[in-house]
Design a protein around this ligand. Structure first.
Ligand SMILES: C[S@@+](CC[C@H](N)C(=O)[O-])C[C@H]1O[C@@H](n2cnc3c(N)ncnc32)[C@H](O)[C@@H]1O
Length: 279
């Protein structure tokens, strides 16, 4: 009797093929963000987390970012299984030769192609939803939540072509199902200087069309721009100092922005909660 492959009748991948542009090291700082934001989630080996996957959803024309992420995150958890998911079969074929005993590539969509018993600790979906419509975001987040363990993370965001600036939703899987909007993260390596308006160009899809009066994300950017202006004298000490001073200004105006140097000196501005949903 031939045994049926568990994916013999896989579910139809949810989503659409989009442009596959990627670049080496484009998501390097996103990897570092995972390692700093929740190292315990990456390193966990207890119970169901022992073999829980890190998923890179929509890795693009070549699996560069998935392989780079696997090697960076395995410095913390050498046994970490990593799954790259692509909705374009040709891109899966390109990636398959790079598989190893803990790195896998599969055809799939927002409904991830998990084998029976597999579970997920974290998902990165970068530069994927930007090519969809705004109304596709919530259903895509919901689809991706299935198979993620309670406490798991989804980092869903957008970067510029080289990853020198990015912004991402931080979503945490709730025990009762679904996600909590735990935060909104912004990163810059300062090569473009520092101007809060720059981040408006790479906002995740749920915000990018909403920067207008009356919207919480607009209020956040107005506050950030005002804080940058008020602290413009700090520019004399360098862009990082100015960036940190703008974060302190945001905090003084009631925005829950992390003030620790470990974030600000490296160009990360982490807002706890989300504009309009501050926890
Ligand atoms: C612009 S590339 C991003 C590559 C990489 N993540 C990066 O940031 O460099 C977007 C990729 O997402 C894939 N994609 C789009 N929708 C998807 C879905 N629902 N499931 C899996 N992959 C998807 C596209 O086929 C495309 O290859």
């Amino acid at each position: 009797m031939t045994r049926k492959h568990p994916l013999a009748r896989p579910a139809k991948p949810q989503g659409q093929v989009t442009r596959g542009k990627t670049a080496p090291n484009r998501l390097r700082q996103v990897d570092h963000f995972f390692l700093m934001y929740d190292p315990g989630l990456i390193s966990r080996r207890d119970g169901e987390f022992d073999r829980a996957l890190f998923v890179d959803l929509g890795y693009g024309a070549e699996p560069l970012t998935t392989l780079e992420t696997a090697s960076r995150l395995r410095k913390l958890n050498p046994a970490l299984p990593v799954l790259g998911v692509e909705i374009d079969p040709e891109r899966v074929a390109v990636a398959l030769p790079f598989e190893d005993p803990s790195t896998f590539f599969r055809l799939g969509g927002f409904n991830m192609p998990l084998l029976p018993g597999e579970q997920v600790r974290a998902i990165r979906a970068f530069n994927v939803l930007r090519q969809y419509e705004e109304q596709d975001v919530a259903p895509a987040w919901e689809e991706m939540s299935h198979g993620v363990l309670p406490g798991g993370l989804l980092l869903e965001g957008t970067s510029n072509p080289f990853g020198s600036i990015w912004a991402a939703n931080i979503l945490r899987k709730l025990t009762e199902g679904g996600w909590a909007q735990e935060g909104l993260a912004f990163y810059t390596n300062f090569r473009l200087g520092f101007d809060p308006a720059e981040f408006q160009t790479i906002l995740p899809k749920n915000y990018i069309h909403r920067v207008f009066p009356g919207e919480p994300i607009y209020a956040f950017f107005e506050a950030w721009k005002a804080a940058a202006l008020e602290n413009a004298a700090m520019k004399a000490f360098g862009l990082r100092q100015w960036f940190a001073a703008s974060a302190a200004g945001l905090a003084r105006h009631g925005w829950r922005v992390r003030q620790q140097k470990k974030w600000l000196n490296r160009g990360w501005l982490v807002l706890d909660g989300a504009p309009g949903h501050q926890l």
